[in-house]
Design a protein around this ligand. Structure first.
Ligand SMILES: *[C@@H]1O[C@H](CO)[C@@H](O)[C@H](O)[C@H]1NC(C)=O
Ligand SMILES: *[C@@H]1O[C@H](CO)[C@@H](O)[C@H](O)[C@H]1NC(C)=O
Ligand SMILES: *[C@@H]1O[C@H](CO)[C@@H](O)[C@H](O)[C@H]1NC(C)=O
Ligand SMILES: *[C@@H]1O[C@H](CO)[C@@H](O)[C@H](O)[C@H]1NC(C)=O
Ligand SMILES: *[C@@H]1O[C@H](CO)[C@@H](O)[C@H](O)[C@H]1NC(C)=O
Ligand SMILES: *[C@@H]1O[C@H](CO)[C@@H](O)[C@H](O)[C@H]1NC(C)=O
Ligand SMILES: *[C@@H]1O[C@H](CO)[C@@H](O)[C@H](O)[C@H]1NC(C)=O
Length: 255
């Protein structure tokens, strides 16, 4: 019995594995040390409470990723610099915008999420944007990149219980080669509200003057435009809700 128990215990510990940038805390949970200021860089290495984040090896006042247990798509602290790339993510439930329903989306580093084919185009055009042929959410279309040696990155998470789950993507990135000119925003899709997408903009240091914020159905429309390179269009903690069923959006604020 004792031997059997020991074998079982050994097996349990060796099969528990946290995927970088997460490491396993003594409680067994996986902690993302890159974005958790309570474990900045290594477990129990806590930033003083008057700092807001952990960046490039230092406690910092810059913004931080809001998702606590997000899955890392790209993390500057681990993966370094990235520009003009697209990632395909398999999502756990059907998401719908306009006439497209899918469980696979593409995210570009230029602040765009596509439900079918995608483009890493970084130069904004008038709408509808011909670069995006299918249903596309553009929460902050801009010439963005992720700067090395920062806490920037792209994460996602699923929260809640079926059939009322929420899928959240989060970007913290900056203008090309301007790491301190940054934006931090989320894209939220609800399992029980097909056709609707929400954008939360926590911070955009340029106020949206170089970003296009829109949802479009195809390269020839229809589209719902919030802004196109409009100064001061983006306020902190702004929530935009786009309904592709009705072709309308509404705006609100959190916090
Ligand atoms: C931050 O906290 C430390 C220690 O608690 C304190 O010495 C320092 O003055 C604080 N800085 C600010 C700007 O509040
Ligand atoms: C950021 O940190 C510096 C000191 O490192 C401090 O002077 C400043 O007040 C802090 N700002 C905020 C918003 O915490
Ligand atoms: C993060 O995950 C851990 C372990 O699964 C869980 O205990 C904790 O409540 C989660 N935190 C949040 C904010 O979801
Ligand atoms: C997801 O969407 C596909 C394609 O429209 C559909 O065949 C499938 O039944 C949907 N699944 C659920 C659970 O709604
Ligand atoms: C940034 O990080 C890389 C390794 O990821 C390092 O080689 C480089 O020196 C760092 N640059 C700065 C300015 O800290
Ligand atoms: C899902 O949401 C609906 C509507 O709010 C509610 O009636 C239902 O109980 C929820 N289901 C679960 C599993 O939470
Ligand atoms: C969605 O389908 C309807 C009916 O087939 C069509 O009229 C509409 O143009 C389609 N919308 C898009 C964005 O493809």
């Amino acid at each position: 019995m004792l031997i059997a128990t020991l074998v079982l215990l050994t097996k349990t510990t060796t099969t528990t594995k946290c995927v970088s940038p997460c490491v396993q805390a003594s409680s067994g949970i996986c902690v993302n040390i890159v974005i958790d200021i309570n474990n900045c860089g290594k477990l129990n290495n806590v930033c003083r409470s008057n700092f807001t984040s952990w960046s490039a090896g230092l406690c910092s006042n810059l913004t931080s990723i809001k998702l606590i247990n997000g899955t890392c798509i790209w993390s500057a602290s681990v993966n370094g610099f990235i520009d003009d790339q697209s990632f395909t993510v398999a999502v756990p439930f059907n998401i719908t915008l306009y006439n497209t329903t899918t469980k696979s989306v593409s995210l570009t580093t230029n602040g765009v999420i596509c439900l079918s084919s995608c483009s890493t185009a970084f130069t904004e055009t008038a709408l509808p944007a011909s670069a995006f042929s299918g249903a596309t959410a553009l929460p902050f279309w801009n010439d963005l990149y992720i700067s090395a040696n920062t806490s920037q990155g792209i994460y996602y998470d699923t929260q809640g219980i079926a059939p009322n789950r929420t899928l959240i993507f989060e970007y913290y990135s900056s203008h090309y080669q301007q790491p301190t000119d940054y934006c931090n925003f989320q894209i939220i899709l609800h399992e029980n509200v097909p056709g609707v997408v929400q954008f939360i903009c926590y911070e955009a240091t340029d106020g949206g003057v170089s970003a296009t914020i829109v949802v479009q159905g195809s390269s020839s429309g229809p589209f719902i435009q919030y802004s196109f390179d409009q100064a001061n269009s983006v306020a902190q903690n702004m929530v935009l809700t786009f309904d592709t069923n009705t072709g309308t959006y509404s705006s609100a604020s959190i916090g």
